[in-house]
Design a protein. Sequence first.
Length: 281
Amino acid sequence: MATAVAGELSAELRGFKEVQRLAYACAEAVAAQLRPGVTEREAARMQREWLSERGVRDWFHRPFAWFGDRTAFVDFKVPLQFFPTNRRLEAGMPFILDMAPVYRGYTADIGYSGCLGLDPLHDRLLTDLAAHRELILREVRERRTLREIYEDVDRLMVRQGYANRHRAYPFGVIAHKIDRVKERRWSPTLFGFGTQALKGLASDALHGHRDGWSPLWSPYEFSDHPPTPGLWAVEPHLGFRGTGAKFEEILVVTDSRDPEQSAFWLDDDLPHVRRWNEGAV
């Protein structure tokens, strides 16, 4: 895995950073257009169209949008419930926009949490996510196992008074590996996921099973190994009753012996990080 050299990112990492920034720019642009009455399906389409107009032709997964108590995955039992619905946004309602575009062969997977108006509870969740970003980076640098870090995130959520909502994702994942995919003008999707990206994840799973690691960061035994070098899309997701909030961004893991180079967030100029740095926490 290419690392930062002399304080600068490699060309490869700059490619991932560019698509991640593009995805967050889309999230901010779409969030600014949300109004009462907009449905999840409409918000997902707005993300899709915004990115398509800027050259995105492939996806790790197509955009999602969750409104109200669906931000906390209330009563989610089957994977189909993750897909956008006709739920309409209302004043004071939280929302999450989630998208995973592939641009020029580089992949990003991001999550953006917002609220249509002021909500002190939602603000509190966003503030408390900062501690999870710090914990995850620190413990990855310590080379604790993915499973141990997952459990420590769980314990921090309990201390904060929240429920772990990423456990509702398939396999309960808090993160998954991402990689480059072969650039094409158009690529088909399967159940909302890009077939090329799925092939890459399946290949990682096959190789990982053989070598004793997994591309899925979960609470289960197959994640009971130290962080594997590569790029991880990490998404701690807090829930309190009917309100949920998360961030999702790329964590770079390398085999460097330098602690700061062994793991680092790809970009510290993202909406949630700016919020914390500007003193809103």
